[in-house]
Design a protein around this ligand. Structure first.
Ligand code: CA
Length: 256
């Protein structure tokens, strides 16, 4: 159900009761996940054919997909893009999948990891779960099943993190509400998404390009000051208690 009068090509889709997904128009098939941001999945797979078909399918489902063809690239991409979920092969060049899993579990303890591996014997599976995997699928696998499992894990992950606290501020991710001390701050959907992104990356400098891609869904610079205008509105509504800093020629940072 698209909002027909919206001037923006990126629309809120209301699917089922209380489920709101901000997605690109091509993400019409996304359903069942309560999230105020475009969900990002990292697919780690060294077999190009499998990588290509998993990526294509997840993109068609409306996810933002990063691909990594070896373990070292997987860790670097996870640190840089903070995915919402990782699909992880185990037999990988450079750093093997179990080592990647171990490091991901240490560095990002709430990050759901779904292992997809040709090694699907019970000891391998048990080892995977022991090291922090949320799920384990043997190869060959059905894409429909992988997608269904991903949706389920993301739903749980989002519900677990439904309240996000940052200083005196609390973000209610299910209701898209922000409370500062005891006052509820009235934000538009876009302002909420932008603030949520800054909170998730508190202490980091986040560039305009990245905000345009991850909050607006633009993979190009529309040549406007969209981001700056939205930041100004946020600052005005939130006041000095929420210090959003401008980093010259780099972007913005929410001081942590
Ligand atoms: Ca492999």
């Amino acid at each position: 159900m698209a909002v027909a009068s919206s001037p923006c090509p990126y629309r809120a889709r209301h699917i089922y009761d209380e489920i709101v997904i901000w997605s690109r128009p091509r993400a019409a098939k996304v359903r069942g996940i309560v999230a105020p941001w475009i969900m990002r999945i990292l697919v780690v797979e060294d077999e190009p054919r499998i990588l290509a078909f998993v990526t294509r399918r997840l993109e068609a489902e409306g996810f933002l997909v990063d691909a990594a063809a070896d373990g070292a690239a997987a860790l670097a991409t996870a640190a840089r893009h903070r995915p919402d979920l990782v699909v992880l092969d185990l037999l990988l060049p450079r750093i093997d999948g179990l080592t990647v899993l171990k490091r991901l579990s240490q560095d990002h303890p709430t990050l759901p990891v779904v292992i997809v591996s040709a090694r699907a014997d019970l000891p391998a599976k048990l080892r995977g779960f022991e090291l922090g995997a949320w799920d384990y699928l043997g190869k060959p696998f059905l894409l429909d099943e992988l997608v269904a499992r991903i949706r389920t894990h993301l739903r749980v992950a989002v519900e677990n993190g439904a309240l996000l606290e940052a200083g005196a501020m609390t973000l209610d991710l299910a209701r898209h509400r922000v409370q500062l001390d005891s006052a509820v701050i009235d934000l538009s959907e876009r302002e909420f998404q932008l603030l949520h992104h800054l909170v998730r990356h508190a202490g980091e400098v986040v560039g305009r390009d990245r905000l345009l891609a991850e909050v607006w869904g633009y993979n190009f610079d529309p040549g406007t000051n969209l981001v700056d205008v939205c930041i100004r509105r946020l600052r005005k509504k939130l006041g000095p208690q929420v210090p959003i800093e401008t980093i010259r020629h780099a972007g913005y940072r929410l001081a942590s």
